[in-house]
Design a protein around this ligand. Sequence first.
Ligand SMILES: C[S@@+](CC[C@H](N)C(=O)[O-])C[C@H]1O[C@@H](n2cnc3c(N)ncnc32)[C@H](O)[C@@H]1O
Length: 371
Amino acid sequence: MKIKRSKVASAEFFSKIGYSTCWEDPLVLKRALAVSAQDNVLSITSGGDLSIGFLLDDPLCVVSIDLNVIQNFLLELKLACFRKLEYSEMLSFLGVHPCNDRLHLFKKLERCLTLSARTYWSQHRTLIKNGVLLQGTQDRYFFHFGKLLRIFLGSKKVEALLKHKALFTQKRFFDQVWNSRRWRLIFNFFFCRTIMSRYMDPSHFRLVQELRFGPLIRKQADHVLRNLPIWKNYFVHWVLTKSYPSEDCMPPYLQKNNFDIIRRRVDRITIVNEEIESFLDRCECNTFSKFNLSNIFDWVEDDSFIALLYEISKKACPNARLSYYNLLNHRVAPDTLTAFKRKKDFASKLLQQNRAMGYTNLELYEINPIQ
Ligand SMILES: C[S@@+](CC[C@H](N)C(=O)[O-])C[C@H]1O[C@@H](n2cnc3c(N)ncnc32)[C@H](O)[C@@H]1O
C-alpha cells in the first residue's frame, strides 16, 4: 500500500504556532495507553504537553513527531525549561504567571536549543515576551470564546460556573442557569464551519460531511460542563480565564510534584520534524509499543488513513496500543485490517471522562503486527 504525503502540510496554518497547549486529556490517554517502563512511545507533538507528560510513566523513550517544525520548536523550549529553570521560573516564562522578565529567562534556555529553534525564537521574541502558552492559534480561538461568554452571559455567571465544588450543585447550575438559549446560540455560532475554518484552517475540515458543527461539538461540551467537576478541570479554566487556578489544576507536565521527575527524564524524548507518513515508512518493524496520534486522521482521506494504519501495524510491537481522537470526522479501522483489535466499549467509556471540550470520538486499538 502506498502512503501519500499529508495534504494539509502546505496550509498556511503550519507557518506559526497552531497549538501552544494540547487539547487532549492526559488522564484519558494514561488509561487508554497504559504507558509503562517497557514502552517506546510515538506521540504527535502538538503543544508538547502529552509527549512530555508520558515521561511520568517512565517509558524507555518518547519519539515526538510533528510536520509543523514550530510545534517542535515549542517542545524544545518547554524541555529547555526543565533543563535550565526552577519550577516557578518555568511557570513565569511560559505564561502561566505574569512576568516582565521572560527575555532574560530565555537567555538561560538558548544554549539548550537546536540552532534552528534558537533562530526561530530569537526572531519571535514577542511570542516569548507575551508568554508562549498564550500564543497558539487554537488557544487564542478558545480565549475569544471565553471573552464572548463573559460579554454575552456575564462574568458573574462564568465565575459561578467555575466555583461549584459539589457535582450536584454544578449540575443544577448547568440545567437551570447555564444551559440557556443564549449559550446554545453563542456556541453554535462560534463553532460553526465558517468561523472554525476561518480561524483555524479550512483544510482541517474539508473531509467533514456534517454541515452544522456547533450542536455536535456542544453535546460533548455540555457533558463536560454538566457532569465532570469543573472546579478542577484545567481545560475549562484555560478557556474561561486564560490561566490555571492552582498548581494542582494544570496539565500534569506543569504540576510541581512532577517537575523533578520530568527533569531527570527529558533526554528520553527524541524530536522528529517530519510527516508521520514518511517517518513510519523509514522505521524498522517492531519499533513502537504505544501510539498517541492526536486527531491527525481527521485530516486525511480514507485511503491514506488505511495506508497509515497498515504501516503502523508493520512497525508496532506485539500487543501495542494505538489511541487517537476525532473531532467530527469519525475514523474506524476496517475489519480487513486484522492486526487491529478495537476496544470500542472502553474507548467510549474513556470519552465520557474526557475533560477537554470538543472531541466527539475516541478510538483505542490493540495491535498485533502483521508477520
Ligand atoms: C492534528 S493537530 C490537533 C491538535 C489537537 N487538537 C490539540 O489541541 O492538541 C496536532 C498536530 O498534529 C500535527 N500533524 C497533523 N498531521 C500530521 C502528520 N501527518 N504527520 C505529523 N504531524 C501531523 C499538526 O502539525 C499538529 O501540530
